[in-house]
Design a protein around this ligand. Sequence first.
Ligand SMILES: Nc1ncnc2c1ncn2[C@@H]1O[C@H](COP(=O)(O)OP(=O)(O)O)[C@@H](O)[C@H]1O
Ligand SMILES: Cc1ncsc1CCOP(=O)(O)O
Ligand SMILES: [Mg+2]
Length: 270
Amino acid sequence: MENQAIAALWQQVRETNPLVHNITNVVVTNFTANGLLALGASPVMAYAKEEVADMAAIAGALVLNIGTLSAGEVEAMLLAGQSANAHGVPVVFDPVGAGATAFRTDTSRRLLREVKVDVLRGNAAEIAHVVGESWTIKGVDAGSGGGDAVALAQRAAQQLGCIVVITGEEDVATDGDTTYVVAGGHPILTRVTGTGCLLTSVIGAFAAAARGASRPLLEGAVAALAGYSVAAEQAAGERPAPGSFAVRFLDRLAELSGADIERGARVRRV
Ligand SMILES: Nc1ncnc2c1ncn2[C@@H]1O[C@H](COP(=O)(O)OP(=O)(O)O)[C@@H](O)[C@H]1O
Ligand SMILES: Cc1ncsc1CCOP(=O)(O)O
Ligand SMILES: [Mg+2]
């Protein structure tokens, strides 16, 4: 995928200002809404089972995130997901902490069975546990010393029949057939909570824009990953610290130019 096409997709998200319905966790709600606004998308958080089907139906994309799940929220996610499916709205799912507890693992698998998920995004440990493989996990974070993230993503995509995105030092996006690796970003991202969750919602914004233009969702996900990494590198600068990085990162998401992306995006097909 060419950097020019990535820049064009970022421009398209800004121009189309897609509505992204998030059912996400209490830790990252505000950061996610601000990140989506900075990017040029429109966030809405709606959780009540009385309204989620209606909201999902009118959204450009639905993002499900089980970071602080409860039984009631799972019920709402199923209703929202099924409504999105019925209305042709793309669904992006972040299985936060899958593998850390049986409730998270079982809920992830249930959502994937009962909702047609278009893009699954997690760290390597979460994706491994969703598909029944082992990988060290600590709460919501992946442990190191696992296996091959590219092969894991490809197996998961084939097994689940959706696009799988695994993030880490390098990010992988695959539909099980075509696979891209995105380099860049910065380790400081792992010291600010919600950067993975926001990325999942950003992929939602790109899925919404891709839907409008009938472009492949995989390209949208790759564009999201690539621009996100460039913004993080710029925000990190010389001596990054978590607090100021978080603020600068929002600024860079808002100000990232086509030229920044064309110069900085590092995508390769593997
Ligand atoms: N070591 C690293 N170097 C550069 N970027 C990283 C590194 N680890 C994670 N990232 C980036 O941080 C963001 C969140 O990814 P990750 O930490 O894997 O998700 P999560 O927070 O859900 O565990 C992604 O943009 C990813 O590319
Ligand atoms: C710390 C924490 N605990 C439950 S959800 C959450 C946020 C996880 O965010 P991310 O996966 O983006 O680091
Ligand atoms: Mg996460």
